[in-house]
Each structure stands twice: as structure tokens, then as C-alpha cells.
Design a protein around this ligand. Structure first.
Ligand SMILES: [Zn+2]
Length: 213
């Protein structure tokens, strides 16, 4: 179901309370128009009716693409409580085991993952490559993939870091080995954070599983 609802939000600029539209779930297979609003961030932006300022409201939202068999739940920055845990398990139980399941803390993580999956890339392998960029540049980021050049089987990515610093990353053997590792381990059916830490945890857990065998 893709249904908007109204919540009261206080504008951080002028303190005026007002109703804003929020989408607790977005099914882009049923409502494809919403994908561009997710990518642009417009779905999470409120324009104040009093002072006209724009505010990002990163409310919990489940993004579901039934065609690409991919879901990402933006859960915000807090702990995952029991209610959320139940919702995550319930969703996972209702989709095939090969579904890609991701968690996002922020809109930018959500939008980046949608973009990567749409481009046919392995988002977790890309997140893992960010760890190398963090190490090589000594800059912890955050780093996000630039949208340009992502069409048609990209051979390289540009990561944009703090201060608009750009780093080009070739999708070479290391990337393809990671994709193979992640695919062989059937690593998709676990809710995984769509960021470098999530990728590091996932690769570590795969390595541990292999040692146990
Ligand atoms: Zn305002």
C-alpha cells in the first residue's frame, strides 16, 4: 500500500506548527511517479506555509520496488525498537529469500541505494569500496556516489565527500570479487544498513561463516 498521511510538524525556522504529508510506505511498482520524489528528496521536504523555508523531515518510510525485488526501510537515527523489529521480520517473512533488504538512517542513504540498484550495481560492494576511499584519503566522509555516469553498465563511479571533494573509483576486479562473494553467500535476505559500516559487518559475517564450515 502506498498511502500518505498527515502529521503535525513544527517549522525549525519560525516555530509554526502545521500539518505535513508523510508516506510511511512507498511502493514504486504501483506508484512509479514517487521514485523521482524519493530520489530528489521532495518526498521528505516540507515547505513552511508561514516562512516559506524548506525543511528535511526524515520520517520512517519503507521503499519497496517489487519489480527489482528490493526494499529499503528508512528508520531514522534511533535504536530499532521492538515494534520496528517485528515490522522488519514480518516484511522479510512475506517476500522471497533473494529479495534485497536494506536499512537507511538518512534520506541520502535511501536515495543512493535506489540509484545503485536501479543502475544494476551491487550496492553493498559499492559501500565496501567506500571503506578503501576512507582509508586512502584519511577522510571519514560521508561519501556518496554521484548520479552522473551511472547509466548503462558503469565501469567507474565518482564519490563525492565533504567539501564537494570528488574521488573516482574504478569498478575493477576487487569490486567484481566482492559482488561474487556477496552473491555466493546469499547475503541479500538480511536487513543490512546501506552504508560502509553495514557492508563491513556483512563481509565480516560472511568470512566468519566460511571459517566455521
Ligand atoms: Zn516556518
Amino acid at each position: 500500500m502506498t498511502l500518505p498521511s498527515r502529521v503535525d510538524v513544527i517549522c525549525p525556522h519560525c516555530s509554526q506548527q502545521q500539518a505535513a504529508t508523510v508516506w510511511s510506505s512507498v511502493n514504486v511498482s504501483i506508484n512509479p511517479r514517487l521514485k523521482s520524489e524519493v530520489l530528489s528528496g521532495d518526498l521528505f521536504r516540507m515547505k513552511c506555509r508561514n516562512c516559506d523555508s524548506l525543511t528535511m523531515i526524515e520520517y520512517p518510510c519503507l521503499y519497496h520496488d517489487a519489480v527489482l525485488q528490493f526494499a529499503i526501510w528508512m528508520i531514522g537515527r534511533g535504536e530499532i525498537d521492538a515494534k520496528m523489529q517485528t515490522a522488519l521480520q514480518s516484511f522479510r517473512g512475506g517476500v522471497p529469500s533473494w529479495y534485497t533488504l536494506r536499512l537507511a538512517r538518512r534520506w541520502r542513504e535511501l536515495a543512493e541505494t535506489v540509484m545503485l540498484v536501479d543502475a544494476g550495481l551491487n550496492d553493498m560492494a559499492v559501500q565496501f569500496l567506500k571503506l578503501q576511499v576512507i582509508e586512502e584519503t584519511g577522510d571519514s566522509g560521508p561519501w556518496f556516489v554521484a548520479s552522473h555516469g551511472l547509466g548503462g553498465d558503469p565501469k567507474a563511479l565518482t564519490l563525492i565527500g565533504p567539501g564537494n571533494r570528488g574521488v573516482r573509483v574504478e569498478l575493477l576486479e576487487g569490486y567484481h570479487r566482492l559482488v561474487q562473494l556477496l552473491t555466493d553467500a546469499h547475503s541479500n535476505a538480511v536487513w543490512t544498513f546501506a552504508n560502509p559500516d553495514g557492508a563491513a559487518d556483512l563481509v565480516c559475517s560472511i568470512a566468519e561463516l566460511r571459517q566455521e564450515r
